[in-house]
Design a protein around this ligand. Sequence first.
Ligand code: 3HC
Length: 377
Amino acid sequence: MLTPPEGASRWRRGHTGHMYGNDFAEPDDPGAGPLNAADGGAVEAAAAHVDTKSQQGLETFDAIIAADQRIEPRDAMPEEYRQTLIRQIAQHAHSEIIGMQPEGNWITRAPSLRRKAILIAKVQDEAGHGLYLYSAAETLGIDREELLDRLHTGKQKYSSIFNYPTLTWADCGAIGWLVDGAAIMNQVPLCRCSYGPYARAMIRTCKEESFHQRQGFELLWELMRGTPEQQAMAQDATNRWWWPALAMFGPRDTGEHAVTGGHTEQSMAWGIKRFSNDDLRQKFVDMTVPQAQRLGVTLPDPDLKWNAERGHYDFGEIDWDEFWRVIKGDGACNAARIERRVTSHQQGAWVREAAAAYAAKQRQRASAGAAGEGSAA
Ligand code: 3HC
Protein backbone atom coordinates (compact mmCIF):
# COMPACT_ATOMS: atom_id res chain seq x y z
CA MET A 1 0.00 0.00 0.00
CA LEU A 2 1.42 3.38 -0.95
CA THR A 3 1.48 6.28 1.46
CA PRO A 4 -0.15 9.46 0.15
CA PRO A 5 2.17 12.43 -0.11
CA GLU A 6 1.56 14.72 2.82
CA GLY A 7 -0.95 17.40 1.97
CA ALA A 8 -2.70 15.46 -0.77
CA SER A 9 -6.43 15.32 -0.19
CA ARG A 10 -6.73 12.02 -2.00
CA TRP A 11 -4.46 9.44 -3.49
CA ARG A 12 -5.12 7.14 -6.34
CA ARG A 13 -3.23 3.90 -6.13
CA GLY A 14 -2.19 2.86 -9.62
CA HIS A 15 -4.31 5.70 -10.93
CA THR A 16 -4.24 5.80 -14.70
CA GLY A 17 -7.64 7.15 -15.49
CA HIS A 18 -6.51 10.42 -17.01
CA MET A 19 -4.58 11.59 -20.01
CA TYR A 20 -1.73 12.70 -17.80
CA GLY A 21 -1.25 9.15 -16.63
CA ASN A 22 -0.63 7.45 -13.35
CA ASP A 23 2.35 9.51 -12.19
CA PHE A 24 0.54 12.81 -12.35
CA ALA A 25 -2.43 14.47 -10.73
CA GLU A 26 -4.61 16.60 -12.95
CA PRO A 27 -2.92 19.99 -13.24
CA ASP A 28 -6.12 21.87 -12.40
CA ASP A 29 -7.08 19.80 -9.36
CA PRO A 30 -6.68 22.10 -6.30
CA GLY A 31 -6.88 19.17 -3.88
CA ALA A 32 -4.12 17.20 -5.53
CA GLY A 33 -1.36 18.32 -3.18
CA PRO A 34 1.92 20.14 -3.82
CA LEU A 35 3.21 20.26 -7.37
CA ASN A 36 6.82 19.94 -6.30
CA ALA A 37 7.36 16.26 -5.47
CA ALA A 38 10.09 17.03 -2.93
CA ASP A 39 7.66 19.20 -0.94
CA GLY A 40 5.13 16.48 -0.38
CA GLY A 41 7.12 13.38 0.49
CA ALA A 42 6.37 12.05 -2.97
CA VAL A 43 9.99 11.10 -3.59
CA GLU A 44 9.87 8.58 -0.75
CA ALA A 45 6.47 7.45 -1.95
CA ALA A 46 7.86 6.92 -5.45
CA ALA A 47 10.74 4.82 -4.05
CA ALA A 48 8.23 2.68 -2.17
CA HIS A 49 6.16 2.48 -5.33
CA VAL A 50 9.12 1.07 -7.28
CA ASP A 51 9.70 -1.52 -4.55
CA THR A 52 6.07 -2.55 -4.68
CA LYS A 53 6.27 -2.81 -8.44
CA SER A 54 9.28 -5.08 -8.37
CA GLN A 55 7.49 -7.31 -5.89
CA GLN A 56 4.40 -7.33 -8.03
CA GLY A 57 6.36 -8.17 -11.15
CA LEU A 58 4.57 -7.30 -14.32
CA GLU A 59 1.03 -7.90 -13.17
CA THR A 60 0.44 -4.19 -12.91
CA PHE A 61 1.69 -3.69 -16.46
CA ASP A 62 -0.73 -6.29 -17.79
CA ALA A 63 -3.57 -4.77 -15.81
CA ILE A 64 -2.83 -1.26 -17.10
CA ILE A 65 -2.68 -2.47 -20.70
CA ALA A 66 -5.85 -4.54 -20.29
CA ALA A 67 -7.62 -1.47 -18.90
CA ASP A 68 -6.38 0.53 -21.91
CA GLN A 69 -4.58 3.02 -19.68
CA ARG A 70 -1.13 4.63 -19.78
CA ILE A 71 2.21 3.15 -18.78
CA GLU A 72 4.50 5.77 -17.24
CA PRO A 73 8.31 5.76 -17.01
CA ARG A 74 8.45 4.51 -13.43
CA ASP A 75 6.02 1.63 -14.06
CA ALA A 76 7.41 -1.86 -14.49
CA MET A 77 7.35 -2.92 -18.13
CA PRO A 78 8.59 -5.93 -20.10
CA GLU A 79 11.98 -5.37 -21.69
CA GLU A 80 10.53 -6.11 -25.16
CA TYR A 81 7.93 -3.37 -24.68
CA ARG A 82 10.67 -0.92 -23.71
CA GLN A 83 12.84 -1.90 -26.68
CA THR A 84 9.92 -1.69 -29.12
CA LEU A 85 9.15 1.82 -27.93
CA ILE A 86 12.78 2.90 -28.12
CA ARG A 87 12.92 1.57 -31.70
CA GLN A 88 9.70 3.24 -32.82
CA ILE A 89 10.10 6.56 -30.98
CA ALA A 90 13.73 6.87 -32.11
CA GLN A 91 12.81 6.12 -35.73
CA HIS A 92 10.08 8.70 -35.43
CA ALA A 93 12.43 11.31 -33.89
CA HIS A 94 15.05 10.66 -36.58
CA SER A 95 12.37 11.09 -39.25
CA GLU A 96 11.42 14.47 -37.87
CA ILE A 97 14.94 15.88 -37.92
CA ILE A 98 15.97 14.28 -41.22
CA GLY A 99 12.60 15.50 -42.53
CA MET A 100 13.83 19.08 -42.11
CA GLN A 101 16.21 18.63 -45.03
CA PRO A 102 14.03 18.15 -48.12
CA GLU A 103 12.07 21.36 -47.50
CA GLY A 104 14.93 23.21 -45.78
CA ASN A 105 16.49 22.99 -49.22
CA TRP A 106 13.83 25.47 -50.47
CA ILE A 107 13.98 28.13 -47.75
CA THR A 108 16.37 30.35 -49.71
CA ARG A 109 14.35 29.89 -52.89
CA ALA A 110 10.79 30.32 -51.60
CA PRO A 111 8.94 32.54 -54.10
CA SER A 112 7.76 35.21 -51.62
CA LEU A 113 8.47 36.51 -48.13
CA ARG A 114 5.16 35.02 -46.92
CA ARG A 115 6.06 31.57 -48.27
CA LYS A 116 9.56 31.83 -46.80
CA ALA A 117 8.19 32.70 -43.33
CA ILE A 118 5.73 29.80 -43.48
CA LEU A 119 8.42 27.37 -44.60
CA ILE A 120 10.89 28.46 -41.92
CA ALA A 121 8.18 28.01 -39.26
CA LYS A 122 7.31 24.57 -40.59
CA VAL A 123 10.89 23.32 -40.71
CA GLN A 124 11.44 24.67 -37.21
CA ASP A 125 8.34 22.78 -36.04
CA GLU A 126 9.89 19.54 -37.31
CA ALA A 127 12.98 20.20 -35.19
CA GLY A 128 10.68 20.72 -32.20
CA HIS A 129 8.90 17.43 -32.87
CA GLY A 130 12.29 15.71 -32.91
CA LEU A 131 13.07 17.22 -29.52
CA TYR A 132 9.77 16.11 -27.95
CA LEU A 133 10.37 12.62 -29.28
CA TYR A 134 14.00 12.31 -28.17
CA SER A 135 12.86 13.46 -24.73
CA ALA A 136 10.10 10.82 -24.72
CA ALA A 137 12.65 8.16 -25.72
CA GLU A 138 15.00 9.27 -22.93
CA THR A 139 12.31 8.45 -20.35
CA LEU A 140 12.87 4.81 -21.36
CA GLY A 141 16.42 4.99 -20.07
CA ILE A 142 18.35 5.61 -23.28
CA ASP A 143 20.64 8.53 -23.90
CA ARG A 144 20.00 11.01 -26.72
CA GLU A 145 23.64 10.88 -27.82
CA GLU A 146 23.32 7.12 -28.18
CA LEU A 147 20.20 7.50 -30.32
CA LEU A 148 21.86 10.06 -32.58
CA ASP A 149 24.86 7.77 -32.90
CA ARG A 150 22.53 4.95 -34.02
CA LEU A 151 21.06 7.26 -36.66
CA HIS A 152 24.44 8.46 -37.89
CA THR A 153 25.85 4.95 -38.15
CA GLY A 154 22.77 3.52 -39.88
CA LYS A 155 21.82 1.25 -36.98
CA GLN A 156 18.40 2.87 -36.74
CA LYS A 157 16.08 3.79 -39.56
CA TYR A 158 14.19 6.94 -40.41
CA SER A 159 11.18 7.20 -42.67
CA SER A 160 11.68 6.06 -46.27
CA ILE A 161 9.92 9.19 -47.55
CA PHE A 162 12.79 11.53 -46.78
CA ASN A 163 15.11 9.81 -49.23
CA TYR A 164 13.24 11.32 -52.18
CA PRO A 165 14.45 14.63 -53.66
CA THR A 166 12.56 17.95 -53.73
CA LEU A 167 13.01 18.97 -57.36
CA THR A 168 10.63 21.93 -57.66
CA TRP A 169 8.82 24.43 -55.44
CA ALA A 170 5.61 22.40 -55.87
CA ASP A 171 7.31 19.57 -53.95
CA CYS A 172 6.98 21.68 -50.78
CA GLY A 173 3.23 21.70 -51.38
CA ALA A 174 3.08 17.98 -52.12
CA ILE A 175 5.10 17.19 -48.98
CA GLY A 176 2.75 19.26 -46.83
CA TRP A 177 -0.40 17.87 -48.39
CA LEU A 178 0.58 14.21 -48.83
CA VAL A 179 3.53 13.47 -46.54
CA ASP A 180 2.29 15.47 -43.56
CA GLY A 181 -1.23 14.26 -44.35
CA ALA A 182 0.00 10.66 -44.11
CA ALA A 183 1.99 11.50 -40.98
CA ILE A 184 -1.14 12.87 -39.26
CA MET A 185 -3.18 9.83 -40.22
CA ASN A 186 -0.51 7.67 -38.57
CA GLN A 187 0.12 9.93 -35.58
CA VAL A 188 -3.36 10.90 -34.36
CA PRO A 189 -3.94 7.34 -33.09
CA LEU A 190 -0.52 7.54 -31.39
CA CYS A 191 -2.01 10.24 -29.10
CA ARG A 192 -3.72 7.20 -27.50
CA CYS A 193 -0.55 5.11 -27.41
CA SER A 194 -0.17 3.10 -24.19
CA TYR A 195 3.12 4.80 -23.29
CA GLY A 196 2.27 8.14 -21.63
CA PRO A 197 5.25 10.30 -22.67
CA TYR A 198 4.93 9.25 -26.33
CA ALA A 199 1.17 9.81 -26.36
CA ARG A 200 1.54 13.28 -24.83
CA ALA A 201 4.33 14.24 -27.26
CA MET A 202 1.97 13.40 -30.11
CA ILE A 203 -0.74 15.85 -29.09
CA ARG A 204 1.08 19.05 -29.93
CA THR A 205 2.89 17.37 -32.82
CA CYS A 206 -0.43 16.48 -34.45
CA LYS A 207 -1.78 20.01 -34.06
CA GLU A 208 1.28 21.38 -35.81
CA GLU A 209 1.21 18.67 -38.49
CA SER A 210 -2.35 19.67 -39.21
CA PHE A 211 -1.19 23.20 -40.00
CA HIS A 212 1.57 21.74 -42.18
CA GLN A 213 -0.90 19.68 -44.14
CA ARG A 214 -3.18 22.65 -44.78
CA GLN A 215 -0.34 24.91 -45.86
CA GLY A 216 0.75 22.26 -48.37
CA PHE A 217 -2.78 21.99 -49.74
CA GLU A 218 -3.04 25.78 -49.98
CA LEU A 219 0.31 26.02 -51.77
CA LEU A 220 -0.85 23.51 -54.39
CA TRP A 221 -4.26 25.22 -54.57
CA GLU A 222 -2.53 28.47 -55.58
CA LEU A 223 -0.42 26.70 -58.18
CA MET A 224 -3.45 24.91 -59.63
CA ARG A 225 -5.11 28.29 -60.09
CA GLY A 226 -2.00 29.76 -61.73
CA THR A 227 -0.40 29.45 -65.15
CA PRO A 228 -0.36 26.18 -67.15
CA GLU A 229 3.31 25.80 -66.13
CA GLN A 230 2.42 26.11 -62.45
CA GLN A 231 -0.39 23.58 -62.84
CA ALA A 232 1.96 21.17 -64.57
CA MET A 233 4.47 21.61 -61.74
CA ALA A 234 1.78 20.78 -59.12
CA GLN A 235 0.69 17.70 -61.08
CA ASP A 236 4.29 16.52 -61.51
CA ALA A 237 4.94 16.85 -57.76
CA THR A 238 1.74 14.91 -57.01
CA ASN A 239 2.85 12.18 -59.41
CA ARG A 240 6.22 11.81 -57.67
CA TRP A 241 5.04 11.95 -54.03
CA TRP A 242 1.84 9.89 -54.16
CA TRP A 243 3.37 6.42 -54.10
CA PRO A 244 6.16 7.15 -51.59
CA ALA A 245 3.48 8.70 -49.30
CA LEU A 246 1.44 5.49 -49.46
CA ALA A 247 4.57 3.45 -48.71
CA MET A 248 5.26 5.55 -45.60
CA PHE A 249 2.64 3.55 -43.69
CA GLY A 250 5.00 0.58 -43.81
CA PRO A 251 4.79 -2.96 -45.20
CA ARG A 252 1.50 -4.75 -45.74
CA ASP A 253 -0.23 -6.50 -42.85
CA THR A 254 0.06 -9.84 -44.61
CA GLY A 255 2.82 -11.55 -46.57
CA GLU A 256 6.45 -12.41 -46.00
CA HIS A 257 7.56 -9.27 -44.17
CA ALA A 258 4.58 -9.25 -41.83
CA VAL A 259 5.43 -12.80 -40.80
CA THR A 260 9.20 -12.53 -40.56
CA GLY A 261 9.89 -8.94 -39.47
CA GLY A 262 6.53 -7.34 -38.70
CA HIS A 263 5.83 -5.69 -35.35
CA THR A 264 2.17 -4.75 -35.84
CA GLU A 265 0.50 -7.65 -34.07
CA GLN A 266 2.56 -7.29 -30.89
CA SER A 267 2.49 -3.49 -30.95
CA MET A 268 -1.31 -3.53 -31.26
CA ALA A 269 -1.60 -6.01 -28.39
CA TRP A 270 0.42 -3.58 -26.27
CA GLY A 271 -1.67 -0.59 -27.35
CA ILE A 272 1.32 1.12 -28.99
CA LYS A 273 -0.18 0.97 -32.48
CA ARG A 274 -3.95 1.39 -32.64
CA PHE A 275 -4.43 0.52 -36.32
CA SER A 276 -2.53 -1.70 -38.71
CA ASN A 277 -0.43 -0.25 -41.54
CA ASP A 278 -2.96 -1.29 -44.21
CA ASP A 279 -5.91 0.14 -42.29
CA LEU A 280 -4.22 3.52 -41.94
CA ARG A 281 -3.18 3.49 -45.60
CA GLN A 282 -6.78 2.86 -46.63
CA LYS A 283 -8.04 5.69 -44.42
CA PHE A 284 -5.46 7.98 -46.00
CA VAL A 285 -6.52 7.08 -49.55
CA ASP A 286 -10.19 7.56 -48.68
CA MET A 287 -9.44 10.97 -47.18
CA THR A 288 -7.13 12.17 -49.95
CA VAL A 289 -9.04 11.28 -53.13
CA PRO A 290 -11.75 13.92 -52.59
CA GLN A 291 -9.05 16.48 -51.72
CA ALA A 292 -7.27 15.73 -55.01
CA GLN A 293 -10.57 16.23 -56.84
CA ARG A 294 -11.01 19.63 -55.18
CA LEU A 295 -7.46 20.61 -56.05
CA GLY A 296 -7.87 19.49 -59.63
CA VAL A 297 -4.87 17.15 -59.68
CA THR A 298 -4.99 13.54 -60.87
CA LEU A 299 -3.62 10.85 -58.57
CA PRO A 300 -1.23 8.69 -60.59
CA ASP A 301 -3.00 5.35 -60.15
CA PRO A 302 -5.15 3.85 -62.94
CA ASP A 303 -6.56 1.30 -60.45
CA LEU A 304 -7.91 3.95 -58.11
CA LYS A 305 -11.71 3.67 -58.02
CA TRP A 306 -14.58 3.73 -55.53
CA ASN A 307 -15.69 0.30 -54.39
CA ALA A 308 -19.31 0.67 -53.26
CA GLU A 309 -19.37 -2.81 -51.79
CA ARG A 310 -16.39 -2.15 -49.51
CA GLY A 311 -17.24 1.50 -48.93
CA HIS A 312 -13.62 2.39 -49.71
CA TYR A 313 -11.43 3.32 -52.65
CA ASP A 314 -9.56 0.44 -54.28
CA PHE A 315 -6.02 1.34 -55.26
CA GLY A 316 -3.03 -0.19 -57.07
CA GLU A 317 -0.05 -2.05 -55.67
CA ILE A 318 2.86 -0.15 -54.15
CA ASP A 319 6.30 -0.94 -55.58
CA TRP A 320 7.52 -2.85 -52.51
CA ASP A 321 10.90 -3.62 -54.10
CA GLU A 322 11.52 0.10 -54.31
CA PHE A 323 10.36 0.56 -50.68
CA TRP A 324 12.83 -2.01 -49.33
CA ARG A 325 15.61 -0.74 -51.59
CA VAL A 326 15.14 2.80 -50.24
CA ILE A 327 15.04 1.59 -46.62
CA LYS A 328 18.23 -0.39 -47.15
CA GLY A 329 20.06 2.74 -48.28
CA ASP A 330 19.64 2.79 -52.04
CA GLY A 331 17.26 5.73 -52.39
CA ALA A 332 18.09 8.87 -54.35
CA CYS A 333 19.09 10.85 -51.25
CA ASN A 334 20.04 8.39 -48.46
CA ALA A 335 23.77 9.14 -48.55
CA ALA A 336 23.28 12.91 -48.84
CA ARG A 337 20.77 13.03 -45.98
CA ILE A 338 23.06 11.22 -43.53
CA GLU A 339 26.15 13.11 -44.63
CA ARG A 340 24.36 16.43 -44.09
CA ARG A 341 23.03 15.26 -40.74
CA VAL A 342 26.45 14.12 -39.48
CA THR A 343 28.13 17.32 -40.69
CA SER A 344 25.50 19.49 -38.96
CA HIS A 345 25.94 17.51 -35.76
CA GLN A 346 29.71 17.98 -35.87
CA GLN A 347 29.40 21.67 -36.66
CA GLY A 348 27.00 22.07 -33.74
CA ALA A 349 29.43 20.57 -31.22
CA TRP A 350 30.47 24.02 -29.93
CA VAL A 351 26.84 24.92 -29.22
CA ARG A 352 26.35 21.76 -27.12
CA GLU A 353 29.64 22.40 -25.30
CA ALA A 354 28.69 26.02 -24.60
CA ALA A 355 25.24 24.99 -23.31
CA ALA A 356 26.77 22.33 -21.06
CA ALA A 357 29.38 24.80 -19.72
CA TYR A 358 26.66 27.36 -19.04
CA ALA A 359 24.50 24.80 -17.21
CA ALA A 360 27.51 23.69 -15.13
CA LYS A 361 28.25 27.31 -14.21
CA GLN A 362 24.63 27.89 -13.18
CA ARG A 363 24.69 24.75 -11.01
CA GLN A 364 27.96 25.84 -9.44
CA ARG A 365 26.57 29.31 -8.67
CA ALA A 366 23.39 27.86 -7.24
CA SER A 367 25.25 25.50 -4.92
CA ALA A 368 27.71 28.24 -3.88
CA GLY A 369 24.70 30.48 -3.12
CA ALA A 370 23.01 27.74 -1.09
CA ALA A 371 26.24 27.11 0.88
CA GLY A 372 26.55 30.86 1.55
CA GLU A 373 22.98 31.02 2.87
CA GLY A 374 23.66 28.03 5.10
CA SER A 375 26.78 29.57 6.69
CA ALA A 376 25.01 32.95 7.14
CA ALA A 377 22.28 31.15 9.07
N1 3HC B 1 10.35 3.89 -43.53
C1 3HC B 1 11.38 3.21 -42.97
N2 3HC B 1 11.21 2.03 -42.31
C2 3HC B 1 9.94 1.58 -42.20
C3 3HC B 1 8.83 2.26 -42.73
C4 3HC B 1 9.08 3.47 -43.43
N3 3HC B 1 8.10 4.17 -44.01
N4 3HC B 1 7.73 1.54 -42.45
C5 3HC B 1 8.12 0.45 -41.77
N5 3HC B 1 9.45 0.47 -41.62
C6 3HC B 1 10.30 -0.55 -41.01
C7 3HC B 1 10.02 -0.70 -39.52
O1 3HC B 1 10.78 0.24 -38.76
C8 3HC B 1 10.46 -2.15 -39.30
O2 3HC B 1 11.87 -2.22 -39.33
P1 3HC B 1 12.76 -2.58 -37.99
O3 3HC B 1 12.25 -3.87 -37.47
O4 3HC B 1 14.16 -2.64 -38.48
O5 3HC B 1 12.54 -1.44 -37.04
C9 3HC B 1 10.01 -2.83 -40.56
O6 3HC B 1 9.93 -1.81 -41.56
C10 3HC B 1 8.68 -3.55 -40.42
O7 3HC B 1 7.61 -2.61 -40.33
P2 3HC B 1 6.44 -2.68 -39.24
O8 3HC B 1 5.22 -2.07 -39.85
O9 3HC B 1 6.29 -4.04 -38.70
O10 3HC B 1 7.06 -1.72 -38.13
P3 3HC B 1 6.34 -0.81 -37.06
O11 3HC B 1 5.37 -1.59 -36.26
O12 3HC B 1 7.38 -0.04 -36.32
O13 3HC B 1 5.46 0.23 -37.96
C11 3HC B 1 5.48 2.54 -38.55
C12 3HC B 1 6.09 1.17 -38.80
C13 3HC B 1 4.01 2.51 -38.97
C14 3HC B 1 6.24 3.58 -39.36
C15 3HC B 1 5.55 2.80 -37.02
O14 3HC B 1 6.88 2.65 -36.59
C16 3HC B 1 5.07 4.16 -36.62
O15 3HC B 1 3.89 4.40 -36.56
N6 3HC B 1 6.02 5.05 -36.29
C17 3HC B 1 5.72 6.36 -35.77
C18 3HC B 1 5.50 7.34 -36.85
C19 3HC B 1 6.73 7.58 -37.69
O16 3HC B 1 7.82 7.15 -37.40
N7 3HC B 1 6.56 8.29 -38.79
C20 3HC B 1 7.65 8.60 -39.66
C21 3HC B 1 7.34 9.75 -40.43
S1 3HC B 1 7.40 11.18 -39.43
C22 3HC B 1 7.08 12.38 -40.46
O17 3HC B 1 6.68 12.10 -41.53
C23 3HC B 1 7.36 13.75 -39.98
C24 3HC B 1 6.50 14.76 -40.61
O18 3HC B 1 6.83 15.97 -40.08
C25 3HC B 1 6.59 14.83 -42.05
